[in-house]
Design a protein around this ligand. Structure first.
Ligand code: LMR
Length: 404
């Protein structure tokens, strides 16, 4: 029976981690998958997470099933992080949140929900976008198209291109916006641009999905939510797929959320009933551990409590990434390497873990074959994987592969 099965191509991101593990070169460097590393190249468990886990070990009383949409306390804290405690969406109970297995799980639940309840709607994704977006939605039966996003000459936002593309999206279709720290480019709209994009989406009658996997990795927890809140101000209905993989370092615990916002509370009840039906047929109810860790940390909000400890740890991760951005730009400048015709300034202007380097497929292949440096085929580099030790090696290697 299995003889006729053809092998699937390797995943463009996680497949590289497999290839990296198999590479015997001791000098190999992995800047592919979006995982934060400290200056020593490790991805440690945050101290606030360890402390919360200890409390859970001591206090947990049951391993019985979770509700289909997870714990109400977790849902409330997710909504508070997204919109702020005093937002109209919370005051009027217009949001419902399902705890999902990671941000990827949130996207897949959203995809199944769309396919079953918004028949014929096409999803519009930025070009470029996260390598898994098309696959997740296509697998659920949702057709995908792309909208312009990046100006390749400057590696900056093609804002006019985004607005023009939105004008052409049919009403009733769905557009996915990256809430902050755009993956793979690191290029985010300014607040003014967000407001214009959100108004255009609302005027066209398009349903926005905000993919929000990096809150706190750009400018700060509140600052990074400004784009999402601009969408909330302009659009009465939307979905948010959020993740705590990066900002709590909980990658393997798979902790994320799908939040739906409706015009009113009754409509929100109807839509969450469909979301719960999707979840029940898929994984029944979510794993508890990661969400319990997040809830424990966020609930301990007294001065000196776990929440302030976590916020300091998050700020330290953000600062380290920004230091690496500056050092990467300086390293390229020192070697006379220009990644775009307009130089390397874009590296320090982008947000979050990733930079879209502008390196071609041939450069990416040469980095891997000649230097055992792994980056994603699109040219995306994980800045959060750079360290003071591997940075000069990376800059030398880029200078080498870009030689005319
Ligand atoms: C990434 O883009 O590298 C991360 O979001 C990890 C993943 O699942 O691809």
């Amino acid at each position: 029976m299995f003889n006729a099965v053809q092998p699937a191509p390797p995943d463009p991101i996680l497949g590289l981690t497999e290839a990296f593990r198999a590479d015997p070169n001791p000098a190999k460097i992995n800047l592919a998958v979006g995982v934060f590393k400290d200056a020593e190249g490790n991805t440690p468990v945050l101290a606030s997470v360890k402390a919360a886990e200890q409390r859970l070990v001591d206090d947990e009383t049951t391993k019985s099933y979770m509700p289909i949409d997870g714990s109400p306390a977790y849902g409330k804290l997710v909504q508070t992080m997204l919109f702020g405690a005093d937002h109209d969406i919370l005051a009027n109970a217009r949001a419902r949140t399902a705890n999902t297995p990671g941000g990827t799980g949130a996207l897949r639940v959203a995809a199944d929900y769309l396919s079953q309840n918004h028949a014929g709607a096409t999803l519009w994704l930025s070009n470029p976008t996260w390598a898994n977006h098309h696959g997740i939605f296509n697998a659920a039966g949702v057709e995908t198209q792309t909208y312009a996003y990046l100006d390749p000459n400057t590696n900056a936002l093609d804002f006019d291109g985004v607005l023009a593309a939105i004008q052409d999206i049919p009403a009733g279709d769905v557009v996915l916006l990256h809430g902050c720290c755009h993956n793979p480019t690191g290029v985010d709209p300014s607040l003014e641009q967000w407001k214009a994009i959100a108004s255009a989406v609302a005027e066209r009658g398009i349903l926005p999905i905000v993919d929000f996997a990096y809150q706190g990795f750009g400018q700060g927890l509140e600052e990074d939510a400004a784009g999402l809140r601009a969408v909330a101000a302009a659009c009465g209905e939307f979905l948010v797929c959020s993740s705590f993989s990066k900002n709590f370092g909980l990658y393997r615990e798979r902790v994320g959320a799908l939040t739906l916002v409706a015009q009113d509370s009754d409509t929100a009840d109807t839509v969450i009933s469909q979301v719960k039906a999707v979840i029940r047929r898929n994984y029944s109810n979510p794993p508890a551990h990661g969400a319990s860790v997040v809830t424990t940390i966020m609930s301990d909000d007294a001065p000196g409590g776990l929440r302030s400890q976590w916020e300091a740890e998050l700020a330290a991760m953000r600062d380290r990434i920004n230091e690496m951005r500056s050092a990467f730009k300086a390293g390229l400048d020192e070697r006379g390497v220009n990644l775009t015709p307009e130089g390397n300034d874009f590296v320090t202007q982008q947000n979050g873990m990733f930079t879209m380097s502008g390196l071609s497929k041939d450069h990416v292949a040469a980095l891997r074959e000649n230097h055992a440096i792994y980056i994603v085929g699109s040219g995306r580099i994980n800045v959060a994987g750079m360290t003071p030790t591997n940075l000069p090696v990376l800059c030398d290697a880029i200078a080498d592969v870009m030689q005319p």
